[in-house]
Every structure is written in structure tokens, then in C-alpha cells.
Design a protein around this ligand. Structure first.
Ligand code: SF4
Length: 315
């Protein structure tokens, strides 16, 4: 605020004709606060600009779940950088974006060509076309826009520190989240482990340290057939999954005891419990989690596979 006041005063005193803009980054936590921006910054800025949060440089794979807006849609969140931002690296390269630490998105060497030539050059134009036509395959931006982990190649290999195909690896992000102190509770019985379990655990690992509440045999027996494997056997399997940090027993079908004791920041459960026999357990879990502002995240159910489907095939 002091800077804004100063910029306004200085503009008045100096007679210089610069513009003052304030940018608000909208996430699902802040999108209701638009009006506040006008209350706070009105009169101090020539314009208040809002942008939706997006996964700049592909360096925050977790952003999609953590920060997305309710009014989220892929096109609105598509990156603006190739169109309205000039980013020059310390080597003097023109890059499509400013967090391109490996120079994967360099479009021109400004030691050799002018900024105008680079900005309107064929490589920059081609990147803009690719954004407009959503043809980002093989670029770092593909991972960023579509949240994929596909191989990417540098646009100008001689300017990049990366050779060949590069696949963005989010292990550093997972490590950071793990050390952030945030915890995620994931209840599961995991008798027949299938890709649906892995998807849930992978999602959970994007939120923090993953604690699996593994249903005890007696708890499973209250709502479905006795498990094929014992608790200890299932525990060994789940503990070996790289997304899992800890396994604790889930003694009842109701999660209240464990979540009250662990007070996780997040709880993850597939959407399938919204209706049917678990709907009351869900309502209770959401109410309990809200006591400490914990969030319940419900990723899409993995289609085409489930424990009961596999169990049916085995029979
Ligand atoms: S990597 Fe591409 S899509 Fe992502 S912020 Fe940079 S320019 Fe935009």
C-alpha cells in the first residue's frame, strides 16, 4: 500500500504519465473477494486486473486441486504469457515465459537479433499459433496447460540446458508438500489394489503427507465380504506404495475417531460415497473436518475398475 501511495504521489508531483495497475490472482479461495480489491485499491490504481491462477511453468502440479476456481475452465486458464509478456533470460534469450529455468521455451537469442525480430519471429509466432490451436504436444507448455507428464523438447535446443526429451518430474514438489506439515487422510480397505487406489493416493500426495486409514478386517465385515488378505498383508502392500507415508488402522466404518485424533488438513475419498450407504458417513466426516477448516476432496472415481468388479470376476 505504501508503494501505491508513493507511486500516486510521485506521478502527481513529477507530472510523469505512467499507469498504475493492480493484479488480483483468483483462486477458489479468493474469487469471492473481487469487490474487496475495489474497496482496498480503488482510487490508487488506474485499473484492477484479475487473472485466474494457472500452473505457470508446470512447476506446481498440485495447483489444479489446491487453487482452482469454481468457474474454472481450460480456455480461460490458458496461459497469457506468449501474448503479453516479454521474458528475457539472464543469457539474453527471449523466452515464452519467465520461469523457464532450463530455457526450454527460448524463441530467440537477443544477442543476435533485436527484440522486435524475436517477438515477431517465426518461433514466437508458431508458439502463439500452437496455444490458439491447442497444439502443444512436445512442448513444456503441454504439461503446464494440460497437466500431463509427456516428453517435452526445447524449442531452441542450442540455448537450453536440457538435452533430448525432458519430462517434468514433480518429485521435488511432492517432497516440498511432504515437508509442509500438511497431512492428508485417505481411508481405504485395499484388499484388491487396483489403479483406482493408486489414482486416489497419487492425488493425495499432491496435498501433503499421506496417512492411509486402513480398514481393520472387522470394520470391513460390517459392510462388505471378509477381505481376501489379512490386515497385516494389506498393510504391507499399501506401505510399499510410494505415495504413502504412514498407515494407521481404521477400526470402524465411521471415520470420526481417526480424523479427530489426526486432525488432517485434507481427507480424500472417491466421489462414489456421495450417494448410497456411505452418504451419512460422508456428511459426518465433512462436518467434523470443518471444525478445524479441514477440507474433504472427492476426486473422480476411476472408470472401468473397482474391487467389487474384480471380486465378481474372480468368483
Ligand atoms: S510453461 Fe507455457 S503454459 Fe506454462 S506458464 Fe509458461 S508459457 Fe505459460
Amino acid at each position: 500500500m505504501n508503494h501505491l501511495h508513493y507511486l500516486n504521489e510521485y506521478r502527481k508531483e513529477s507530472g510523469k504519465n505512467y499507469k498504475i495497475y493492480v493484479t488480483g490472482i483468483l483462486t477458489r479461495f479468493t474469487e469471492n473477494l473481487r469487490e474487496k480489491y475495489f474497496e482496498v485499491f480503488g482510487g490508487l490504481a488506474d485499473q484492477i486486473v484479475f487473472k485466474y491462477v494457472y500452473n505457470q511453468g508446470g512447476y506446481m502440479p498440485e495447483i489444479d486441486e489446491l487453487l482452482r476456481c469454481d468457474c474454472d475452465d481450460e480456455v480461460r486458464r490458458r496461459c497469457n504469457l506468449p501474448f503479453d509478456a516479454i521474458s528475457v533470460t539472464q543469457e539474453g534469450y527471449l523466452s515464452v515465459e519467465n520461469a523457464d529455468y532450463e530455457n526450454m521455451l527460448v524463441v530467440a537469442d537477443l544477442n543476435k537479433v533485436s527484440l522486435r525480430e524475436g517477438w515477431y519471429g517465426e518461433k514466437m509466432k508458431d508458439m502463439r499459433r500452437r496455444f490458439i490451436e491447442d497444439d502443444l504436444d512436445g512442448t513444456l507448455c503441454d504439461g503446464c496447460v494440460h497437466h500431463t507428464h509427456s516428453p517435452a523438447r526445447a524449442i531452441t535446443p542450442e540455448c537450453s540446458s536440457v538435452e533430448g526429451d525432458y519430462v517434468f518430474d514433480d518429485s521435488c514438489v511432492r517432497e516440498r508438500l511432504k515437508n509442509s506439515g500438511l497431512t492428508v487422510y485417505v481411508p481405504m480397505s485395499a484388499d484388491i489394489v487396483h489403479p483406482g487406489h493408486i489414482n486416489i493416493l497419487k492425488t493425495a500426495a499432491r496435498y501433503g503427507r499421506v496417512i492411509v486409514g486402513l480398514f481393520a478386517d472387522e470394520a470391513i465385515s460390517t459392510y462388505k465380504p471378509k477381505p481376501y488378505m489379512t490386515y497385516e498383508q494389506r498393510k504391507i502392500v499399501i506401505e510399499s506404495i510410494k505415495y504413502v507415508d504412514e498407515v494407521v488402522p481404521q477400526m470402524t466404518r465411521d471415520y470420526d475417531d481417526n480424523i479427530r485424533r489426526l486432525k488432517p488438513d485434507f481427507m480424500i475419498h472417491g466421489k462414489d460415497w456421495r450417494e448410497g450407504p456411505l452418504a451419512d458417513v460422508r456428511a459426518k466426516a465433512i462436518a467434523t473436518m470443518s471444525e478445524w477448516d479441514g477440507q474433504v476432496i472427492e476426486p473422480d472415481y476411476t472408470k472401468g475398475v473397482s474391487s467389487s468388479m474384480i471380486r465378481g470376476q474372480i468368483r
